[in-house]
Design a protein around this ligand. Structure first.
Ligand SMILES: Nc1ncnc2c1ncn2[C@@H]1O[C@H](COP(=O)(O)OP(=O)(O)OP(=O)(O)O)[C@@H](O)[C@H]1O
Ligand SMILES: [Mg+2]
Length: 155
């Protein structure tokens, strides 16, 4: 039985469907853990910004604020996703944890899944990017290529 599922959440309808599917797969499993993961990547390019190793305190004010905004937005997105999950009947029987990590989305999703020993990554085929013609967004494509654990891509 699968115990540890990591869902990559960017706030899109696809990632919400990914979270709902994760809940469906784990239910009912009191020892199951559903990790909702958002990777916070600030809009503007930042020279100092190297992902989790960055010294946020040492960054220039503007850049630090941009990262702090991205982190805060990530917490908001995860809270909304968790709330949407809790309105379904599957919400009660497994543990949900929320995690916001700064960095490059695809690399950090794969790294976090490995660090947590996730057995399955669930994500959307596309996200907030909004180009409908492509089958896969750049983050899902990179995760599929980098991940050593199974990836379930939700349409
Ligand atoms: N910052 C992020 N944090 C966590 N998961 C993410 C993040 N960005 C994307 N994802 C995951 O990847 C899935 C696909 O999104 P992706 O970003 O690849 O497509 P897109 O936004 O349509 O295209 P692109 O970003 O390449 O313009 C999302 O549904 C979500 O599961
Ligand atoms: Mg995207």
């Amino acid at each position: 039985m699968i115990q540890k599922i990591l869902v990559a959440v960017d706030g899109s309808a696809y990632s919400l469907r990914a979270a709902l599917l994760g809940a469906k797969i784990l239910h009912p499993n009191p020892s199951g853990i559903l990790t909702l993961l958002h990777i916070a990547k600030p809009q503007s390019p930042m020279e100092w910004f190297q992902g989790a190793g960055s010294d946020i305190q040492g960054a220039p004010d503007k850049e630090r604020q941009a990262l702090e905004r991205a982190l805060a937005e990530g917490h908001k997105i995860l809270k909304e996703t968790e709330e949407a999950l809790s309105t379904t009947k599957t919400g009660e029987t497994f543990k949900t944890e929320k995690l916001v990590v700064p960095g490059e989305p695809a690399a950090k999703i794969v790294e976090t899944a490995e660090a947590k020993g996730s057995e399955l990554i669930i994500m959307g085929c596309r996200g907030l990017g909004g180009i409908r013609k492509v089958l896969l967004g750049s983050v899902s494509e990179k995760v599929l290529s980098l991940s050593r654990c199974p990836v379930l891509v939700v349409k």
